[in-house]
Design a protein around this ligand. Structure first.
Ligand code: CA
Length: 196
């Protein structure tokens, strides 16, 4: 009887160990699948999160208000929930939006610069999507992009915001409707003022 209990006990231990290793494999497989989903083939260049303490990513700060004609604004993912990708470059940080969208942040004189890379997300390649990005600082239009389509080159925006109070980011449909107007504020960030 004692031997039988020992054998049963050993079998239980083996079964528990097998289950543990299987669950680890499942987690690994899930991670691989997730990776495969979010990184399209051919995307080797990645703009990663900076470790510079002066940099604050918009996707990590509280926004004042947001509105979007369809769906929700995504943080660090495209509108459809994949990696933010512009011109075959993948960005770890940023905002995935869809026209027409508007996001407002309080600056409270805390920052020196706003910076971002912008464009129609690569998921919309060969589509009829078209958007215009606009940046307002304290109610004044400070930047407006050209009409950006799937084959437009990524635009780089860097605006001084020293002593400013409000930042508003808009993406509009370029006047032809919002069909496939999936756009990215990639690597969108603020630089803390020197006195911070
Ligand atoms: Ca459009």
């Amino acid at each position: 009887m004692g031997k039988l209990l020992t054998v049963i006990g050993l079998c239980l231990v083996v079964l528990l160990l097998m289950a543990r290793f299987r669950s680890r494999d499942e987690v690994r497989n899930q991670a691989q699948t997730y990776q495969d989903e979010v990184v399209p083939p051919g995307y080797s260049e990645v703009v990663k999160r900076s470790s510079d303490p002066k940099i604050v990513y918009l996707s990590d700060v509280r926004l004042d208000s947001q509105s979007q004609e369809i769906g929700k604004i995504n943080k660090d993912l495209s509108f459809h929930g994949f990696s933010l990708c512009l011109d075959k470059v993948r960005y770890e940080k940023g905002l995935g939006v869809h026209a027409n969208s508007e996001i407002v942040y309080s600056l409270d004189s805390r920052y020196d610069y706003f910076e971002s890379y912008i464009g129609l997300d690569d998921a919309e390649d060969d589509s009829s999507g078209s958007v215009v990005f606009t940046v307002f600082i304290d109610g004044q239009k400070t930047y407006e992009s050209p009409v950006m389509r799937w084959n437009s080159k990524t635009e780089h925006v860097k605006i001084q915001i020293k002593d400013k109070q409000k930042l508003k980011l808009k993406v509009t449909d370029a006047g032809d409707g919002i069909n496939t107007d999936q756009a990215d504020w990639a690597d969108a960030k603020l630089y803390l003022a020197d006195s911070q």
